[in-house]
Design a protein around this ligand. Structure first.
Ligand SMILES: Nc1nc2c(ncn2[C@@H]2O[C@H](COP(=O)(O)OP(=O)(O)OP(=O)(O)O)[C@@H](O)[C@H]2O)c(=O)[nH]1
Ligand SMILES: [Mg+2]
Length: 679
């Protein structure tokens, strides 16, 4: 077991296709863990091990890959770059001590690179940039670096390396710290002199870097100003300080697949990158108070579950980070959320789908435990005597829905079980039954997210049918009505007879249903009056003029007629229902449409576009505030739900993927008359 200072918890983040999963392969290959790097396209990587990931050739969930590197232990958290899986990036960044933002040197800085950078910045995570794919045609280190500087908007973006050669002739990197070149002509790293044609530029960049680094350390700066050249060790130490405090952001470069510079990235992460001891302590809540927890291996055991997976053999796996203490097999901790005692039967280290049992996991480390009783993603496990809790990573709101139903009745149970399992693994999914439309709506962050769930269901042998989500319109009475419901049936012997006189009036939004009994003189026997009410309620859920459920109305039953032989509960239920039918005819209805409260966060320059678009969707913009990080704006608006059914997709095209939003039901409002035709 390595000590906490030798642990490196690294999240690989950035736009889809930038090469994060390939980088994991490159790193494992250089670490001697695998004999050959696998390819994403042939489904042969350690990280993309899920059948759906292989099929789509992209990562869909975060994957933990732990391996040793020269006396250090690196826990890589490979994340999916596609926006629909942003929840995974949150979860990984939450436990990472360093974010490596992988940027594509061909495509330049893309939307999810910026989004991931913003999230990491808002959590003050140390960050470094790896400019990848320098071997590809049209790759440009300089253009990409310029974009990194501009779009990530930090002053201290510091290149540590320069590429040697470009595109297909890219074959190594110059190290600006030590003024040496490292080439990979034989496949392995070889140290050589800086190529003559690069010497001038390398020298200038080196000077630049040194000037910026010495700024971090006052003593170093003083020496430097007195003309003393700092040693590479001194520079590294200051760089370490700048990186750990998220005030300086190194840029490394290479190619994940060749691989070039990948070993140097691992080396840099270990030598310069933060251990769990180098980053600010975690805050936990203990009895309403916020307390700092140090990653002390001898401290009280405390762990945080950041991801739940279902393994085909091991069952439910909870991936956790030890925030403090040392966890041993068969330890018992408590989950403060539900007071469940959790025994840690099986501790595992993970390398993608592979797992190996371990006896102990020390402070700062990341591992997995199988089959906890009642613990889910975001939970803390703590000692019984100190049931503290850690604030969970945020979970993006599922905003894109599709209605699902089992193809046959026989599949209904299977569907429910499978959905429950998929929800356990991914808290940014939701499944809700909408009684008004009688649809079971599966929601995720976008079309791909939902499609992946459907593919997974199919793989689990569940046959589902899908249809678009219907807007949950409602109806209410347009005005008061006073009606008589008369039910009379004479068939052979016993007849059915019941009459109810009912006054109806609409109530304000959200008031629901009220029933008043004003029957006097036994016109309807006491025991049968609830049947009138039940008949009205049934009629309301059956729907009004347009077939949508009726809501918000008051009914007062004030008279009726009764027959001692033919009257029954059934006949008065019918009378109630008929009275309602008549009221709908008499008063007419108002169709109510659901209105959502939408919160959109976008780069500030897009604020106007967003507001204009929301207004064109009949939205009422409530205001705009500054966002969760510099340069972003949050726009809030009330928008009819029918207008934003596919907003998850629309926002992406308006903002080029740089916007996020959440939505929740706000209220119901009358549907304008000219839109009634839509129904
Ligand atoms: N030529 C070249 N191709 C690369 C490099 N890195 C990745 N690729 C290719 O780019 C494609 C995408 O790479 P991935 O590793 O899947 O990218 P990712 O960042 O994991 O993508 P997501 O999982 O969707 O976020 C694959 O076909 C890789 O083989 C590189 O350095 N050079
Ligand atoms: Mg990937």
């Amino acid at each position: 077991m390595v000590t906490t200072d030798r642990l490196r918890n690294v999240a690989l983040v950035g736009h889809s296709g930038n090469g994060k999963t390939s980088l994991v392969e490159g790193l494992l290959y250089r670490a001697g863990v695998i004999r050959r790097p696998g390819l994403v396209v042939s489904g042969g990587t350690v990280s993309d091990h899920d059948p759906e990931e292989k099929e789509r050739q992209q990562s869909l969930g975060l994957t933990l890959v732990s391996f040793d590197w020269k006396g250090y232990r690196i826990n890589l958290l490979d994340t999916p770059g596609y926006a629909d899986f942003m929840g995974e990036t949150y979860a990984a960044l939450k436990v990472a001590d360093l974010a490596v933002v992988v940027v594509d040197a061909v495509a330049g800085v893309q939307a999810q690179d910026e989004v991931a950078w913003r999230v990491a910045r808002s959590w003050s995570k140390p960050r470094l940039v790896f400019i990848n794919k320098l071997d590809r045609d049209r790759a440009s280190y300089d253009d990409t670096l310029a974009q990194v500087r501009e779009r990530f908007a930090e002053t201290s973006i510091e290149p540590i390396e320069l590429p040697i050669g470009s595109e297909s002739s890219f074959h190594g990197v110059a190290d600006l710290l030590v003024d040496r070149a490292f080439v990979y002509d034989t496949g392995q790293e070889a140290e050589v002199d800086i190529p003559p044609d690069m010497v001038d530029r390398e020298h200038a960049e080196h000077e630049h870097l040194v000037e910026d680094i010495v700024e971090i350390d006052e003593a170093l700066l003083e020496k430097y100003l007195e003309g003393e050249e700092p040693s590479p060790e001194e520079l590294e130490r200051a760089l370490h300080e700048g990186l750990d405090s998220a005030s300086l952001f190194p840029v490394l470069c290479g190619s994940a697949t060749v691989p070039i510079g990948v070993d140097r990235l691992a080396e840099f992460i270990c030598r310069v990158g933060p251990s769990p001891l180098d980053v600010p302590p975690v805050q936990v809540t203990a009895g309403g108070e916020s307390v700092e927890v140090q990653p002390d291996a001898a401290g009280d055991p405390l762990l945080y579950v950041f991801k739940t997976k279902v393994d085909p053999y091991l069952g439910q796996l909870s991936l956790f980070k030890v925030l403090s203490g040392t966890i041993s097999t068969d330890d018992t901790l408590v989950n403060p959320r539900n007071s469940t005692g959790e025994r840690l039967h099986q501790l595992l280290e993970l390398r993608g789908a592979e797992h190996e049992r371990v006896g102990q996991v020390a402070a700062g480390d990341i591992a997995a435990v199988a089959r906890l009783a009642d613990t889910s993603t975001g939970d803390t496990l703590a000692p019984q005597r100190a049931p503290v809790r850690v604030e969970a990573a945020p979970v993006p709101t599922p905003v894109y829905g599709i209605a699902v139903r089992a193809r046959t009745e026989a599949h209904e149970d299977k569907l429910a079980t499978a959905l429950r399992r998929l929800l356990t693994e991914d808290p940014s999914l939701s499944v809700r039954y909408e009684p008004s439309t009688r649809q079971t709506v599966l929601r995720g962050l976008g079309e791909v997210h939902v499609q992946v769930v459907l593919a997974r269901l199919q793989r689990l042998g569940v046959e589902v049918e899908t249809e678009p989500v219907q807007v949950a319109y409602l109806e209410t009475l347009a005005g008061p009505a006073d009606t008589e419901g008369k039910y009379k049936k004479q068939t052979g012997g016993h007849g059915q007879f019941g009459v109810a006189n009912v006054r109806f009036e609409p109530l304000p939004r959200g008031a629901g249903f009220e029933f008043d009994d004003k029957v006097t003189g036994g016109a309807i026997p006491r025991g049968l009056i609830p049947a009138v009410s039940a008949g009205i309620v049934e009629g309301m859920s059956r729907g009004g003029k347009y077939g949508f459920p009726l809501v918000d109305l008051k009914s007062t039953c004030y008279d009726g007629k009764y027959h001692s032989v033919d009257s029954s509960e059934m006949s008065f239920k019918m009378a109630g229902s008929l009275a309602l039918r008549a009221a709908i005819e008499q008063a007419g209805v108002v169709v109510l449409e659901p209105v959502s409260e939408v919160t959109v966060e976008v780069p500030s320059d897009l604020q106007g576009d967003i507001m204009g678009d929301l207004s064109s969707r009949r939205g009422e913009v409530l205001g705009a505030d500054s966002g969760s990080s510099d340069g972003t704006t949050v726009v809030r608006a009330h928008v009819p739900t029918s207008e934003i059914i596919s907003y998850a997709l629309d926002l992406r095209s308006i903002t080029g993927g740089r916007g996020t939003f959440s939505v929740q039901h706000h209220t119901y409002q009358p549907l304008p008359d000219h839109l009634l035709a839509r129904l």
